[in-house]
Design a protein. Structure first.
Ligand SMILES: *[C@@H]1O[C@H](CO)[C@@H](O)[C@H](O)[C@H]1NC(C)=O
Ligand SMILES: *[C@@H]1O[C@H](CO)[C@@H](O)[C@H](O)[C@H]1NC(C)=O
Length: 393
């Protein structure tokens, strides 16, 4: 063995021993005086500073509502009842984000929510309840679950795929760099699954992943790689009355069972941001938190309405979808100028491009599936992983 071969062998050994992620760890955020800079609209370091250097009194308080899980005849009327007819201070309808999962989803109703100006985000095809599944998923499986779901959603709900931009991981179980690479390579532009407890007050604003984030890692594995222009929308933890953190309102302890308790929980957490650095305040829940026949579900819905009524009394508070919030963060303007801010202007109801939905029936894995789809005919197979459009015969 000559010296060169020995060198190559040792090099190969050493480079295999070094952790692979080491090589691709994102650089630290540039500071003043560095040659590199990170500037809006494309780049923002993870921080609690208000975008555009605005003062907190000039900053509109953004409130993000989101609902995870399938949209169907059980929860659609509740969403309409909760959201219909509510306006932001500029006269535009409020908008929220639905993280939709495929199983038992009604694509006609999904289309109707989209038409009303709400955002449709991705919550996976299988929505597996196993956190182990999501934690150890490889990149091609993340692509099949999320990136392929965008094409599935675009087809079955007849929505432009360009309007489907973001995702939330089921059970908030992200997959670190494996997941981030899949989303980044799949042209998804943001994700919102990472709770923060340490950066709650003042609150952590959404940031891009050009540089290493300083966000706490509440649910490992967290990404450390470089994903230029890809946004993380942190889930700032709420605090339940037992003082423990709850990224989803569902997880607050004790679970509120009256309208009053629900309202007070939301209001006190809202004020932590509103009276602080006005980082977007998230009211994130699954539909299961509000949907059920027991009186406590009705009470929570009433509590949400009381909270929305309360927000409507403030001229500097806007309820917008996550993608609309990101438009503001990219190009921040004072709330007094918001009437001229194009991305938040009133849109009205879009045309119905799901006039004749198909009711499709399938035998799938030993049971039946019914699916409402906005397609001209039913896909020949039940749409699923590796066959997201149901076209493979
Ligand atoms: C599609 O959804 C709309 C809105 O709820 C509803 O009026 C319509 O009946 C639905 N179509 C079918 C075929 O279910
Ligand atoms: C990813 O995981 C799936 C399911 O476990 C497996 O079939 C596939 O071969 C894996 N892909 C790679 C590139 O490892």
């Amino acid at each position: 063995m000559d010296k060169f071969t020995l060198f190559v062998l040792i090099f190969a050994l050493v480079s295999n021993i070094l952790p692979k992620s080491e090589a691709q760890t994102a650089p630290r955020c540039p500071v003043e005086g560095d040659a590199e800079t990170c500037d809006l609209p494309d780049c923002r370091c993870s921080s609690t500073s208000i975008p555009g250097g605005l003062d907190r009194s000039e900053t509109p308080q953004i409130v993000l509502f989101s609902f995870d899980s399938a949209v169907n005849v059980n929860n659609y009327p509740m969403y309409i009842d909760l959201l219909e007819g509510r306006k932001n201070p500029n006269g535009a309808d409020i908008s929220v984000t639905f993280f939709v999962s495929h199983e038992y989803n009604d694509y006609n109703l999904t289309h109707q929510l989209y038409r009303l100006g709400h955002e449709i985000g991705l919550n996976s095809i299988t929505r597996s309840s196993s956190t182990d599944y999501w934690r150890s998923l490889n990149e091609s499986m993340w692509t099949a679950e999320i990136v392929d779901q965008r094409e599935q959603m675009a087809l079955l709900a007849n929505i432009s795929s360009a309007d489907i931009k973001g995702m939330r991981a089921p059970q908030l179980q992200i997959g670190g760099d494996t997941m981030y690479s899949a989303l980044y390579n799949g042209m998804i532009t943001w994700e919102s699954s990472r709770p923060t407890w340490n950066m709650r007050q003042p609150g952590l604003w959404p940031y891009t992943n050009d540089y290493l984030s300083n966000q706490d890692c509440q649910i490992a594995p967290c990404p450390t790689g470089e994903y230029p222009g890809f946004w993380t929308v942190p889930m700032i933890d709420l605090i339940g009355s037992d003082f423990s953190p709850c990224p989803l309102v569902d997880q607050c302890n004790p679970r509120p069972t009256t309208a009053e308790a629900t309202f007070l929980l939301l209001r006190s957490n809202f004020l932590d941001q509103y009276l602080g650095n006005r980082a977007p305040f998230g009211v994130f829940s699954t539909s299961a938190f509000l949907q059920g026949s027991l009186p406590e579900f009705e009470a929570r819905r009433e509590g949400y309405k009381l909270f929305l009524d309360f927000l409507a009394t403030m001229t500097d508070v806007h309820v917008v979808s996550i993608s609309k919030a990101l438009e503001w963060i990219k190009a921040p303007v004072a709330w007094t100028e918001i009437d001229d801010f194009v991305p938040w202007q009133p849109e009205g109801v879009h045309e119905n491009y799901c006039n004749l939905p198909r009711s499709c029936r399938y035998d799938f894995q030993g049971s039946e599936r019914y699916m409402m789809a906005c397609t001209l005919s039913c896909p020949p197979q039940y749409p699923w992983l590796f066959n997201p459009l149901g076209q493979n015969i």
